[in-house]
Write a protein that binds this ligand. Structure first.
Ligand SMILES: C[S@@+](CC[C@H](N)C(=O)[O-])C[C@H]1O[C@@H](n2cnc3c(N)ncnc32)[C@H](O)[C@@H]1O
Length: 358
């Protein structure tokens, strides 16, 4: 390919001239050869014209020795810049064929230094290649593939390491807090980070807050980091509560944040016995949260706010459930907000509603 050979001290000047006359080939690296540098150029229509143009511009140069006899055009091999892939599909070009790449699910979750992805059945034979490409693309340490959906009481999924370190422990970072977790043993989704921030922004100093299904405590941690509140997080998964405690430490939080291991049915009874009521309750257990509405409405103080989530295609279902329980307690509701939080499957969403219980 064509390149302009220039004394080293004149490289920048000649490069700028080439940019000015629109002939710099920016896809190739500048190469050195003794006291000279070589700058790749686009193929000009007329080589002689090009030499003249460069020489015209060199006449204005302040650098001595930069002239017609020292700046030459050569035909020489040049090394292209490595083009960074812009997607996992691009990263896998040349490793999978075009048809296989079409089947690839392009979305994945980065959780700390882990990456979690879904691999269609027909691509499973390439799982290691895909895992390694995903690690390179996301600059993570380990790639895990989903082996099941989220299931069971503690809402975890089976996962399999497909590349990198075999370690499912990590520390995720979101909105300035650290969340330590083990992806095999606890529930955690980085896709809820925006929703957590939304709830945190609404929390007010001085509130008493209950997160009924807290997992490793990402929401209490975020709220406690930013607001002066008294906050309780309950979970039936003992390991999740151990991570919650660790998260309190690593985020340097001490006061007024209480991780509680147990079934919310039992813990709520203790709150009742103590006469504890809350200004705000979060119910993030979309599969079965409706079964606990009776408890949460009882535990909410006058004008308390409920953040309620459910898998559904329709907000009305969520609102009616809350209304029906509120009536039993002779309370009125005011819907403050309704939104789709996260897609779970085609046509099915985690819906969220914020409701004031008067
Ligand atoms: C969808 S996860 C939500 C975790 C957390 N809120 C988050 O955003 O990461 C639901 C959590 O509820 C917990 N859980 C399920 N049933 C429960 C119960 N009866 N009492 C307390 N926690 C429960 C599960 O162990 C799980 O960690």
């Amino acid at each position: 390919m064509l390149a302009v050979k220039v004394p080293l001290k004149g490289i920048n000047e000649v490069k700028n001239i080439l940019i000015k006359i629109n002939l710099l080939n920016k896809y190739y690296k500048i190469k050195t050869d003794g006291n000279y540098g070589l700058i790749a150029i686009k193929t000009p229509k007329n080589l002689e014209n090009l030499e003249n143009k460069i020489n015209e511009n060199l006449k204005m140069s302040k650098i001595k020795d930069l002239n017609k006899s020292t700046v030459k055009i050569e035909n020489i091999g040049m090394e292209p810049f490595k083009k960074e892939p812009r997607s996992l599909s691009e990263q896998l070009k040349g490793k999978l064929n075009e048809d296989e790449i079409k089947y690839l699910k392009t979305s994945f979750d980065i959780i700390g230094d882990l990456v979690l992805l879904e691999i269609p059945k027909n691509l499973e034979k390439h799982k290691e290649v895909i895992g390694n490409a995903c690690i390179d693309f996301t600059n993570t340490k380990s790639a895990f593939m989903k082996k099941s959906g989220i299931k069971g009481v503690i809402r975890t999924r089976e996962i399999e390491r497909i590349a990198g370190e075999d370690n499912s422990r990590t520390i995720a970072k979101e909105h300035g807090v650290k969340i330590s977790l083990d992806l095999k043993q606890v529930y955690f989704s980085p896709r809820l980070a925006t929703e957590r921030k939304r709830v945190e922004k609404q929390a007010k100093n001085g509130e008493k807050i209950l997160d009924m299904f807290t997992g490793v405590g990402p929401l209490p941690i975020l709220i406690a980091k930013n607001k002066n509140v008294e906050i309780y997080g309950v979970d039936i998964n003992k390991i999740a509560i151990e991570y919650f405690k660790e998260n309190i430490k690593i985020n340097k939080l001490n006061d007024h944040i209480y991780p509680i291991f147990g079934d919310i049915n039992d813990v709520a009874l203790k709150f009742k016995e103590k006469g504890l009521k809350f200004n705000r309750i979060i119910m993030n257990l979309p599969e079965t949260a409706y079964k606990f509405l009776d408890l949460s409405i009882y535990l909410l103080s006058d004008n308390g706010i409920l953040h309620y989530y459910e898998f559904s295609g329709d907000y009305e279902i969520l609102i009616n459930r809350i209304k029906q329980i509120a009536i039993i307690y002779n309370r009125e509701i005011e819907v403050l907000n309704m939104r789709k939080v996260k897609s779970s499957s085609p046509g099915r969403w985690i819906m969220g509603v914020d409701v004031k219980i008067k």
